[in-house]
Design a protein around this ligand. Sequence first.
Ligand SMILES: [Zn+2]
Length: 301
Amino acid sequence: MLLQRIQGNFFPKNYMITQRCGNSDDQGYVFELLSNSHSAKCPHCGKESIRAHSYQDRIVRDLPLFGESVTLLISQQRYFCDNEECEADIFTESSSFVGPYFHFTERCREYMLKVAALMNCESAAKILAYQGIRVSGDTLLNMLRAAGERYQSKVGRKIGVDDWAYRKGQKYGTLICDLETREIIDVLEGRDSETLEKWLQGHREIEVVSRDRASAYARAITEVLPEAVQIADRFHITKNLLEALNDTMKTFIPEVIEVPNAEIEKVSADPVSHTAKKTRKSLNVRLHRYNGAKKSKKSMC
Ligand SMILES: [Zn+2]
């Protein structure tokens, strides 16, 4: 009864669930599906055939169930093509449920592509693995490329890239922002050239990248987006300018400046300096009185 309900609701009607192998820690849920079709159209010539030849077995991953992975052992019907003009003698029935040569069902592929389009492929692979879909970041990237514009994420054409520290001196990440909406688009683990390169490969529509002046990001952008305009952002230019200025000043001004004793005595005797000392002393006395008043008020409450 349960199998019938699963079959009607979750799998195409031309497949019969012949056995449910249950689940284990290693395999998750496994379903065996057998095609019960009686005819199919040849994908080469379009002629319908009713002459069955054999079954082709495939192992395909489906959407996870209750957080566990789902594997389908599908037996697809093969038919003879009786059209003498057709180049194919035998063909396998096609199905909108699972495309030819794919290792995932269409609905599973759709879900994986949507997740991958929202973030970088390496992060998507980790999230999908947590949900029971095991796939590498490289495979996701290839899938995104093959899928074309339909799954392009809504990343703007102008982005800002900078590194940040999970823990200073130990672990760093890369933050990517949309410069027009001022929203964070993605957070990558690592701040090396390869990490940014992988992310940019899924976003070749980007035209402007604002970055720091380190060579790692510059190298990744030049490699993947050679046409993009690279801008050194104002914060880093100012920072670099101040550092350069500081280094230059150090070459002119010695670290220790010796002041002759006669000069020190002269400053001590200066009436202006004396007045400043008196003002500071008066301020300290007033502050001391104010703190004393606050304490006594507290003790009254
Ligand atoms: Zn044919």
